[in-house]
Design a protein around this ligand. Structure first.
Ligand code: TYD
Length: 203
């Protein structure tokens, strides 16, 4: 691919309730079991920009969609240069729970995709992005089971629109692989592993 790094950069994507954090952890364990060093990370980050984003997501801070989009892009640029790139240069496998595609799919609901792409253009795409695809009702049941507080995107109907955005984006991007996320945890993990495993050769 002609990348400047030796490692492998994998992003895990999907609507809320698709099982991103669970699948990120399982994938990380599988990669580690091959003796490879893994950095597990997520966006929004827990850094200063990520903390402002969480206040907006929890409704504590009023927001305009373009402000939130810029915050996500800034958080990502800082995340990439301070954590992701150094690990990749060190030859590690980086697994990020959410990355660029989240901004395109979520912020693309309210803003032109071309602009969202533009503000994210200072970071590169991942080597591989796994889009865990689930329908809204499956996702909603999982969120209800978790009993977490809802974020601003967890409104009725939004998830299906975000899902459609994700699937449309996936069609035009060669680095995105769509995985059926409706099955039991282990089954979805196996599907993800089938895609990632061959990419680890030579890392
Ligand atoms: P989420 O993965 O749900 O974080 P946590 O599990 O810690 O609550 O992400 C928070 C929300 O932010 C989620 O609804 C997706 C949204 N989001 C965007 O809208 N754009 C982005 O660029 C990112 C990274 C997340």
């Amino acid at each position: 691919m002609g990348r400047e790094w030796q490692g492998l950069f994998v992003a895990i994507e999907g609507i809320d309730g698709a099982g991103l954090s669970t699948q990120t952890e399982i994938l990380a364990d599988k990669v580690r079991s091959l003796g490879k060093e893994v950095l597990v990370t997520k966006e929004p980050t827990s850094g200063p920009i990520g903390q402002i984003i969480r206040k907006v997501l929890h409704g504590e801070l009023k927001h305009e969609p373009c402000v939130l989009a810029l915050l996500f892009a800034a958080d990502r640029a800082h995340h990439f240069s301070s954590e992701i790139l150094p690990a990749l240069l060190d030859g590690q496998v980086v697994i990020s729970d959410r990355y660029i595609l989240s901004s395109l799919a979520y912020q693309g609901l309210f803003l032109p995709t071309s602009w969202v792409k533009e503000i994210n253009s200072c970071v590169p795409p991942p080597d591989l992005c796994i889009l865990i695809d689930v329908d809204e009702s499956t996702a909603r049941k999982r969120i209800e089971r978790r009993g977490q507080r809802r974020e601003i995107f967890e409104k009725e109907g939004d998830a299906e629109l975000i899902r459609r955005n994700y699937l449309r984006l996936a069609e035009g991007l060669p680095w995105v692989e769509v995985v059926d996320g409706r099955g039991p945890i282990e089954q979805v993990a196996d599907l993800i592993w089938k895609v990632v495993r061959p990419r680890l050769e030579g890392i």
